[in-house]
Design a protein around this ligand. Structure first.
Ligand code: LMR
Length: 398
């Protein structure tokens, strides 16, 4: 039956973890997947999550959720993304379902586009998180690419971005990373977001924000939603994918929210019903435990405040590691510019090293990262930063 099934290539991100696990060096370092580690390289469960767990202990969380998930969780999530006082929420213009984290939200959007936005292309930045391409391709939606990153400046190619998006057709959807762009760590400034929003309004393009890192860019969840708020102020209808994997550390709980802003409360009813109709044959209904934890945290002012502080703590540790990595490379006398390490934000540093140099880091130093040169800064610690800097120095200079 299966003789003709070829072996699939390894995933460019999750495949790195497999290579890391297979390596036997005791000092190996995994800087592949974007998963937060503390300064002892240990995975972290936030104290606020532990508190929420203790509050829900004993509840029956073995029951099915409805297809659209936990309503209170969805309501709190869209408030976090769009603002407590967002007009669209007050007017009942947000259709939302609980999703299987960021990937699940994007996949629901892709399927929704295939059914209800016929002919619309998805515009994807170059580069982007590798799974974005798979998601829209598997849903049968055509993709178009817009320029985003300029290797020469290691910054945003705003001119190229605007130029490419101005060639999109009315009704096309543009995938935007709401903050902490993955993999580059390069975000538009407030003024650049404004320009993007204005152009997209003029061109009648639909914005879809992938917000996988709210809180991780600046340590402030409201500031990290600023791009979305700019688009809302300009009167866009938009879509949003939210994930609590990174900012609450709920990685394996697959906890997220997919929302679309509609034109009226009546439209919300139809759109939400179709979101559920898409979800039901795919996975029936989403998992309960993570959603209960998020509801507990976002629904309680004190816990929410504690969460804000803990996200900021994670973001700040990463910022400190950026400074240390750059300082070490400069102290080693590296002739290359490393300013971008501290200028980029979020979980990743787009180092600028070549795929061959990445391979050497793995083979000669047991340091693993994706072949596009992306370093997951969340895995850098005071204990491994020296070794990382020395290895980077070696492979970039000899
Ligand atoms: C990453 O980019 O490393 C994360 O978003 C994890 C993933 O699922 O790829």
């Amino acid at each position: 039956w299966f003789a003709d099934v070829p072996t699939a290539p390894k995933d460019p991100i999750l495949g790195i973890t497999e290579a890391y696990l297979a390596n036997t060096r005791p000092d190996k370092i995994n800087l592949g997947v974007g998963a937060y580690r503390d300064d002892d390289s240990k995975p972290v469960v936030l104290n606020v999550v532990r508190e929420a767990e203790s509050r829900i202990a004993g509840a029956n969380f073995m029951e099915y959720l409805p297809i659209g998930g936990l309503k209170a969780f969805n309501d709190l999530s869209v408030k976090l993304a769009f603002g407590e006082d967002a007009e669209c929420i007050k007017e009942g213009r947000v259709a939302a379902v609980q999703s299987l984290s960021g990937t699940g939200s994007c996949r629901l959007m892709a399927e929704f586009m295939a059914r209800y936005m016929p002919g619309a292309k998805i515009w994807i930045p170059k580069p982007t998180w590798s799974n974005h391409h798979n998601i829209w391709k598997d849903a049968g939606v055509k993709e178009a690419i817009y320029k985003y990153y300029k290797p020469e400046t290691r910054g945003l190619d705003q001119e190229g971005l605007l130029e490419d998006l101005s060639t999109a057709q009315p009704g096309d959807v543009v995938l935007l990373h709401a903050c902490a762009h993955n993999p580059t760590g390069v975000d538009p400034t407030v003024e650049q977001w404004q320009e993007i929003s204005t152009l997209m309004k003029e061109k009648k393009l639909f914005p879809f924000f992938d917000m996988a890192y709210q809180g991780f860019a600046s340590g402030d969840c409201t500031r990290d939603a600023q791009a979305i708020r700019t688009f809302l102020k300009d009167g866009h209808q938009l879509g949003c994918s939210q994930s609590y994997a990174k900012n609450m550390g709920l990685y394996g709980q697959r906890t997220g929210c997919f929302s679309l802003i509609t034109a009226s409360a009546q439209e919300t009813t139809s759109v939400e019903s179709q979101m559920k109709a898409i979800a039901r044959p795919m996975y029936s209904n989403p998992p309960l435990h993570g959603a209960l934890l998020v509801k507990e945290i976002l629904g309680d002012a004190a816990l929410k405040q504690q969460w804000y502080e803990e996200v900021k703590g994670m973001a700040d540790r990463i910022i400190t590691m950026r400074a240390l990595l750059r300082k070490n490379l400069e102290a080693l006398g590296s002739p290359l510019p490393w300013k971008h390490i501290t200028e980029q934000i979020g979980m990743f540093c787009f180092s600028g090293i070549s795929p061959e140099q990445v391979d050497r880091l793995a083979q000669e130093h047991a340091i693993f990262m994706t072949r596009n040169g992306r370093i997951s800064m969340a895995g850098v610690t005071t204990k491994n930063v020296d070794r990382l800097a020395e290895a980077l120095h070696q492979v970039t200079t000899s």
